[in-house]
Design a binder for this molecule. Sequence first.
Ligand code: AHG
Ligand code: MN
Ligand code: MN
Length: 335
Amino acid sequence: MAKKNQTLGEFIIENQASFKYTSGELSRLINSIRLAAKVVNHEVNKAGLVDIIGAAGETNIQGEDQQKLDVYANDKFIQTLTNRNIVCGIASEEEDDFIVVNSQDENHQNKYVVLIDPLDGSSNIDVNVSVGTIFSIYRRVTPVGTPVSKEDFLQKGSEQVAAGYVVYGTSTMLVYTTGDGVNGFTLNPAIGTFYLSHPNMEFPEDGKIYSVNEGNYIHFPIGVKKYIKYCQEEEGDRPYTSRYIGSLVSDFHRNMIKGGIYMYPKSSKNSNGKLRLLYECNPMAFLAEQANGKASDGFNRIMDVQPTELHQRIPFFCGSKNMVEKAEEFMKENS
Ligand code: AHG
Ligand code: MN
Ligand code: MN
């Protein structure tokens, strides 16, 4: 049972037994993500000092090369997961192909693969606005003892065993699910410990916030245009409020707490929208469903989509159940 103020470390140990595979491997994996999140958090917090210590691509005062934060975050998560020999494979938004992890695991005994968006909302870094990390965890489908292959990564979202995100906001939070609800932990930066601050997070069934890049309005499908107009109409509890940060993690986090819908539809420019099914949509969909919300491509459940490509994109509608269902109604009526 989630107890407020428990540390994330305590929570992981206490909840290990309730997970159906109890080898401890998944707990070690989440512990590694916790560690990498703290390292990346430290670097993200220093991003504003970039003018003083040197910009990306330059050499800093210590003679070290400065890295772009998305590359840095990618390296840190991959290093942490490979060095500790916990997973058998990693796929990342920042890598062309998946990585077979066998540095110390030459017999390929590890059972989990991780998919990550190491730095989400990267265009917000330069302007001191919240960014995030998204992760998604599956059990491999190919036999233990062999190297991982693409099919281990191309699983439906419904097969996820865990998923979560880190939001580097005014506070840094790690929010995750192992299929038994969603819990949020806030980092106390003074001592580097995450504490359970948001047990059993849930989307309100109805919300009053819609989040979409309305600059693309002209290119949106007619169903989306009509739904946006519906959000803006004066009737009942409408008009709704428009809020768009431009980093999915932060927009999702706010909408989960306050009630709202996030949309990245297809457009006449991008026929599948922008967001990545494996690194962004599936993990957020798993969290949404575990938090009493909903995630759809406008017509069907995101987690039922059979992926065909690692970097596949898909339209995304996610958030409070009744809002997502209303948007789907408009999509279906106008398709
Ligand atoms: P990333 O930084 O990982 O590439 O992801 C950015 C994504 C998502 O976080 C955000 O909601 C969306 O792109 C914003 O896109 P627009 O600027 O097109 O609105
Ligand atoms: Mn992203
Ligand atoms: Mn990214």
